[in-house]
Write a protein that binds this ligand. Structure first.
Ligand code: ZN
Ligand code: ZN
Length: 421
């Protein structure tokens, strides 16, 4: 990974970074609120205080005083009734269908889809930490409905979609977690290891930020780095006592959640971003939540199936929907981005296969397969969309790394996983 223009290490900043891979990811700050220190836990009304006490009780063994303070701040933020502290921007996609667009954070959160039914709520995906899920729970109550969350669907096993599950359990409401049987198996096998990998990557990330702050002559950049460090410390402290919350309902091909308001069809259509991706389709509202099998960033392919992924999207695309609620990036009102990403994966798989067959190394393929040479990126404004979306989704100070760096990561991932079916 080459050094970027502003002299620090960007690595996978374009992607769902750190999906269990320890790499430096030093963009980022505390979204729109880099002040995780001044919000006393005791500020909320009684139920919130009790909620926090339950959540925090016993969760801090081994944490330093400093980490304890950051951990408390994360939870205070989760409970704070202030839009300034919210971690999500909520948008209405259709009647009863809402999109929670994650604000940028160094330790990324996935988006959520929120389906408000006649008596309860279904939420799709649960972010990278319980405090983020608690923040969304509070936001739903404040901005959408006081109906309880009855079901949480995990579209796939990745840490940034499942590590917040426990916050829903901690509300005390009856809740079930739904996923494909494959996702439950992958969570059983990998969730704790991936969580540990993401936490173990933190000290190195903090070191890099400290060095960068020390090198910098810009007060603003120093402040940016300090905010990033606080955010990483809060994540580290919070995840010290991780509670794995496995799916309680699983299925192989499909699962129906019927309701007077509308039905939700949970569907597995084949291998894609992982071996167990689930799509949540609402026929009455013509909406689909796609997790990371189709989203607004460049795809993350390290656990993926580049050869068969496009076919999986083609099967999904046979359903009648208009609103696409992706796991990352903005809400879509048409299929342009879904199609572009599908085409990008197909084209990249073809070009990497060609290079691999010709005996080229990954580095040689990366030299040849450029952003400018990829038709999918050059069609329908996809390159411009990605550039815009990635900058808006990732906290950064100074320039974002060039898109080619992320394409290079994709090339390496595809090379590795080319034969997976
Ligand atoms: Zn993700
Ligand atoms: Zn993912």
């Amino acid at each position: 990974m080459k050094e970027s223009v502003d002299g620090h290490n960007h690595n996978h900043a374009h992607q769902e970074a750190a999906h269990g891979h320890s790499h430096t990811h030093d963009h980022g700050h505390l979204a729109h609120h880099a002040h995780p220190h001044a919000h006393p836990v005791t500020g909320g009304h009684t139920s919130r205080r009790d909620f926090l006490r339950v959540l925090m009780g016993g969760a801090l063994t081994g944490a330093s005083i400093l980490e304890l303070a950051y951990h408390r701040a994360a939870w205070a933020r989760a409970a704070a009734p202030s839009a300034d502290l919210d971690l999500f921007d909520l948008q209405k996609a259709a009647d009863g269908v809402y999109f929670a667009h994650a604000r940028p954070q160094t330790v990324i959160n996935c988006n959520a889809a929120i389906f408000v039914r006649s008596k309860d709520v279904v939420v799709v995906d649960a972010h990278s930490k319980p405090s983020a899920a608690a923040s969304l729970i509070a936001q739903i109550k404040r901005q959408i409905t006081t109906k309880p969350v009855r079901y949480v669907i995990n579209t796939h096993f990745h840490w940034d979609h499942t590590q917040g599950n426990h916050a829903y359990r901690q509300t005390g409401e009856k809740v079930d977690f739904i996923a494909s049987a494959t996702t439950k198996q992958l969570m059983t096998d990998l969730a704790v290891a991936r969580m540990k990998a993401s936490v173990d990557a933190v000290p190195q990330q903090i070191d890099a930020l400290r060095e960068r702050a020390a090198r910098s002559t810009s007060a603003a950049e120093k402040t940016f780095c300090a905010g990033e460090i606080r955010h990483l410390q809060a994540y580290q402290a919070e995840l010290k006592n991780y509670t794995l919350e496995l799916p309680t309902i699983t299925f192989d091909k499909s699962h129906l959640l019927p309701d007077a308001a509308f039905d939700l069809h949970l569907e597995f259509h084949g291998h894609a971003h992982t071996a167990g991706d689930v799509f949540v389709f609402c026929p009455q509202q013509r909406a689909v939540a796609t997790g990371d099998a189709s989203h607004g960033w460049l795809p993350f392919i390290a656990d993926g199936f580049p050869r068969v992924w496009p076919g999986t999207i083609d099967r999904v695309a046979q359903s009648d929907f208009k609103h696409i609620l992706p796991g990352h990036g903005p809400l879509q009102a048409d299929r342009v981005v879904m199609t572009s990403q599908r085409n990008y994966i197909e084209e990249l798989a073809g070009k990497v296969a060609e290079g691999k067959q010709a005996g080229l190394t990954v580095a040689e393929i990366q030299q040849r397969v450029t952003v400018a040479s990829l038709k999918a990126l050059q069609s329908n404004g996809y390159e411009a969309f990605l550039t815009r979306t990635l900058a808006a989704s990732h906290p950064h100070f100074g320039k974002m790394p060039p898109l080619q760096e992320a394409v290079n990561v994709n090339i390496a991932e595809v090379y590795q996983n080319l034969d997976r079916v």
